[in-house]
Design a protein around this ligand. Structure first.
Ligand code: URA
Length: 276
């Protein structure tokens, strides 16, 4: 619930800082970091980040074959999200579907224009069929709230719709088999911005093999098959990594602020256009 008179999002941002271990104020005078001047990692048009390679480029070149071709064919035939969900459910080319309890398709708002992409379902997600509902999901919700977002203002998906047994790291082959469905999902919802949560989603979507520490915080443009323009995309740390890595939280906060600034600029632009 909001606090009367508080700047929207300020209380949630404070809550996130407390959860991340901030236990003392460093200055007498508060600083409004939400409207502070933009640091170098800015909106895509001004970003020095190199354009992304096609999605999947950095995955093993040996991966391919009939199952991947079938995944592409099934995915591309889907004209709606419902059809895509049914196509994934019917696809038996990825062994993970046999060991998972549920298909985890998405949560949130497909019309929001903003998509967060994680790695793969964990135990809670497998049980409920919804992405990011475990401990990492709770942190993701707090991160969203800290910049005035929630699941009604973004769509949340994973690279893989099925849980790898025991939460093991997905193989390149599994990623390659599932990527056609994710890319089709993105083509159907036509996002204006993407956020990649963690190294796996970042490597799969940017096509670049550098680690997440190198890629985070820099906006890149990602070409999605079926969309006329590349989508400005921000790689950042995965919430599960942030749960165990105190030192990364400062950078994650900078990424969240970068995202907020870009979303605010989008809102200003659309107001300017409607007032023309
Ligand atoms: N981690 C992910 O990447 N996705 C989920 O849905 C849950 C945890």
């Amino acid at each position: 619930m909001g606090v009367p008179g508080a700047v929207p999002g300020a209380v949630e941002a404070l809550r996130l800082q407390l959860a991340w271990g901030a236990d003392e104020a460093l200055a007498e005078t508060p600083q409004d970091r939400l409207t502070a001047p933009a640091p170098p990692a800015g909106p895509p048009t001004t970003s020095p980040g190199a354009p992304a390679k096609p999605p999947g480029t950095s995955l093993g070149t040996s991966v391919g074959g009939p199952a991947v071709a079938r995944a592409w064919a099934l995915a591309n035939r889907a004209a709606t999200r419902e059809e895509l969900r049914a196509a994934i459910a019917a696809f038996d080319g990825c062994p993970l579907s046999a060991t998972a309890t549920n298909l985890v398709f998405s949560d949130g708002n497909p019309d929001a224009g903003l998509v967060f992409i994680g790695e793969a379902p964990g135990a809670e997600e497998d049980r409920t069929g919804l992405p990011f509902v475990g401990a990492a999901g709770q942190l993701l919700d707090a991160m969203l709230a800290s910049i005035g977002l929630d699941r009604k203002k973004a769509l949340i998906v994973n690279v893989l719709p099925w849980r790898p047994p025991g939460n093991r790291t997905p193989t390149d082959e599994e990623i390659t088999l599932c990527l056609p469905f994710l890319l089709r999902h993105l083509a159907l919802v036509r996002p204006r911005r993407l956020v990649l949560l963690g190294g796996l989603a970042t490597r799969a979507l940017t096509g670049r093999s550098e680690g997440i520490r190198r890629q985070r915080g820099r906006w890149v443009e990602i070409a999605i098959p079926g969309l006329p323009d590349p989508v400005p995309t921000l790689p950042t740390y995965h919430p599960a990594y942030l749960l165990r890595t105190q030192a990364a939280k400062r950078e994650a906060w900078a990424d969240l602020l970068s995202l907020r600034r870009v979303l605010d600029a989008d809102i200003d632009k659309s107001h300017a256009l409607t007032n023309l």
